[in-house]
Each structure stands twice: as C-alpha cells, then as structure tokens.
Write a protein of this length. Sequence first.
Length: 87
Amino acid sequence: MKNKINAEQMELLKYCARNDINLLKDLNEKSIKDFSDEQYNQLRELIGSELAEKGFDENWAPNTYGNRLNDLHEVIGWFLFWPEQNN
C-alpha cells in the first residue's frame, strides 16, 4: 500500500474533502505528492471525521466503508511521515 493512491481512493479522498473548497481544488489540480504537511493533516482529519460518522456498524465494528477509509488514512500517513518514499 505505502504511498501509492489509486483512482478509487482519490475519489474517496475528494468526497471527504467536498466541503473544503481549497483542499478540493488542490486535489484536482496538484499531485498529492506535492501537498504540505498541513494539507496531509487536514486530509487525515477529514477522513477521520467521515470514519467516525459513517465507518462503523451498530456494534462499532468497521464496516466496508470504514475499512476503505482506514486504508486511505494509512496511505495519507505514508505521504506525511515517509515522504522520501514518494515515487
């Protein structure tokens, strides 16, 4: 997984950022590899909020959507914490 983001994850990321016009604009216009640490942290916060809101079933176990969000959160973490591995 590391710091590779696929098309499905990018669409999910854009959905999570749908209410942040500037971040959404950057997602559409820039390579995610060129984001700042602040932007990565913003993305992780947005993913975390979406996960808390819709990512768990009634027993607080991750649902399918929650697993997708968790994977995306991890990928963004790779970009943030191990930028030297960006290809």
